[in-house]
Design a protein. Sequence first.
Length: 195
Amino acid sequence: MGILYKLGAQGFCKGLNHSDTDPLLFGKPITLQVDPKDNTEKSSPELSILSSNGGDETCLAAGFFPKAGTLSLFTEKETLNYTVDRGAVLSTQNKYYFAAFSKEKIQTCKMNERTAVKTVEQSTATAANCEGSNAVTSIKTDTHNISSEILKPETKSYSGDPKGNTMQLIVTGLRLMLAKAVGVNILMTFKAFLV
């Protein structure tokens, strides 16, 4: 009893009573890895270099199979290599996606013999003339077809009776509580007969 008093409730629960995380009893933890079937065609990644204002730069490898290889980022100061095996995300089309981040500006991104080079795009709507004059050139666009090209976001309308949905939710909850009460009563009855 003196040991329990010295350990306290926290030490008792974590140290002596719970052995479910003890590596001597259970060994190394099991890891589960789900891979698609091998009949998927091999495909090379589509590489994109994305940058934000003042944030990390990203190299995105999209739509590749199998999940193997190294994604290399070439910056001004160093080369960063990322292993794709653990961090790739599988899509429903059995293709993998992987993103690598860098605090420095990415110049080139390479994976599985595919290379993406960062290009700096300037705005095509207006561009200043660099030859000392203040002339600004602009490009006129045809605006009457723009509204037909803009995609409208999908809106889902939920129809139904909110009062009826609430009542159905309440009835389901009461049924669950009744089933739980009956189950506990049956267990207590069995326990009473065993004692």
